[in-house]
Design a protein around this ligand. Structure first.
Ligand SMILES: *Cc1c(COP(=O)(O)O)cnc(C)c1O
Length: 429
């Protein structure tokens, strides 16, 4: 980064300081991860310069031979990874993937069912402040307040009542297995399409640690940067190869893959981010290696050990534990607020985020929960012993949110721990 350092020292310094922050603190935001150096190199490449509207061998611009290679590799490898017949790797983000998926299957004004944001769903699953809530008539389903798990009976009842065009599954803060097969039954029963959004669990799905939605969903969407450990971006998969989708201004009905392609570009996006697609290709190839399966297994083990440790320290977890890469602490029984907990943990060098819990007495800006994930720390090489140590640190901090001496003490312990698990080299001053 010599040129950046000489010509734009402020930006260089911010990148250096961010590298230091990522290296010297414990990153436990469940949606974050650390990409490999080959992924970073592909991201910082001249592929960013290229306009490549269209798809491989069918572009609106010349000079696309080399970008066609990377997009071809990305599509080939992600299809292998998830055992899918079709893939679109162009969505700029998970949100863009969802937009293209919904518009493929439904028209503005149609009814869409998604998991309520306050119950673990995502903004794009129907929040009124998001395109999804503005374009579609949203009927949210929820988790059971008793068990903290998705209430599939309620989902079925709401589906029979409202006859949605789409039921969206997937979540941003749900610690248990999602039963895609059950949702398919409900969809078949009411004639709805099933969109499965595996943004959070893609790495687990790719390695068989979470059931795949591909046999049960019409369209699968995902991000590439969470457990999948690629660059920031989105993707779309399907195993439905036929279908007749009518697109306005298009002469012939389209198959599912053709319709998705058309809704990504030109439907929702312009030129693809070819540097990101090159980095996706690298990440998908990495994810097909045996080491990646071992990594995902460790992610899940680490979350389980962290859950056990916090339970044994007397804390409550939504659903009482976890099946995946994240846990949701319910701090209401201790009379604590999520926001204050997040701040105290951050002061101690542990980065998490506040989160709503079932029947949360607090508003979304305050909350009674904290979401904690293991993907990023597992990438750094941390295992069960470190999770026990970190669980105890978290419990100690939460024991008195106002005790700054505790925070200082743990901050020191965090620094020592981080030094043993360096992942990125910090750029020089
Ligand atoms: C993170 C996430 C997304 C959106 O991803 P962005 O890339 O931030 O747009 C979509 N759905 C779910 C369930 C998510 O967790």
């Amino acid at each position: 980064m010599q040129n950046l350092k000489e010509q734009f020292p402020d930006i260089y310094a911010a990148i250096r300081d961010e590298t230091r922050r990522q290296t010297e603190t414990l990153e436990m935001i469940a949606s974050e991860n650390f990409v490999s150096l080959p992924v970073l190199e592909a991201l910082g490449s001249v592929m960013t310069n290229k306009y490549a509207e269209g798809y491989p061998r069918a572009r609106y611009y010349g000079g696309c031979d080399h970008v066609d290679v990377v997009e071809g590799k990305a599509r080939f490898n992600v299809k292998k990874l998830f055992d899918a017949a079709y893939a679109n790797v162009q969505p700029h983000s998970g949100s863009q993937a969802n937009m293209a998926a919904y518009l493929t299957l439904a028209k503005p004004g149609d009814t869409v069912m998604g998991m309520h944001l306050n119950h673990g769903g995502h903004l794009t699953h129907g929040s009124p402040v998001n395109f999804s809530g503005r374009l579609f008539n949203i009927v949210p389903y929820t988790i059971s307040p008793e068990t903290g798990r998705i209430d599939y009976d309620l989902m079925a009842k709401l589906a029979r009542e409202h006859k949605p065009k789409i039921i969206v599954t997937g979540a941003s803060a749900y610690p248990r297995i999602i039963e895609f097969d059950k949702v398919k039954e409900i969809c078949d029963d009411v004639g709805a399409y099933h969109v499965a959004d595996i943004a959070h669990i893609a790495g687990l799905v790719a390695t068989g640690l979470h059931p795949s939605p591909l046999p049960y969903a019409d369209i699968v969407t995902s991000t590439t940067h969470k457990t999948l450990r690629g660059p920031r971006g989105g993707l779309i998969l399907t195993n439905v190869e036929g279908g007749e989708f009518i697109l306005e201004n298009m002469p012939k009905p389209k198959t599912m893959p053709e319709a998705i392609d058309a809704w990504v570009f030109p439907g929702c996006q312009g030129g693809p981010l070819m540097h990101v697609i090159a980095a996706k290709a690298v990440a998908f190839m990495e994810a097909r290696k045996p080491e990646f399966a071992e990594y995902q297994q460790q992610v899940v083990k680490n979350a389980a050990v962290l859950a056990e440790t916090l339970l044994s320290e007397g804390y409550s977890l939504v659903t009482g534990g976890t099946d995946n890469h994240l846990i949701l602490m319910d701090l209401a029984p201790k009379g604590l607020q999520g926001r204050a907990a997040e701040r105290a943990l951050e002061a101690a060098g542990i980065t998490t985020n506040k989160n709503m819990v079932p029947n949360d007495p607090q508003k979304p800006f305050i909350t009674s929960g904290v979401r904690i994930g293991t993907p990023a720390l597992t990438t750094r090489g941390m295992k069960e012993d470190e999770m026990r140590q970190i669980g105890k640190m978290i419990a100690y901090i939460l024991g008195d949110l106002d005790d700054e001496a505790r925070q200082k003490k743990v901050r020191q312990e965090v620094s020592e721990l981080c030094k043993k698990f360096i992942f990125y080299e910090i750029p020089p001053e």
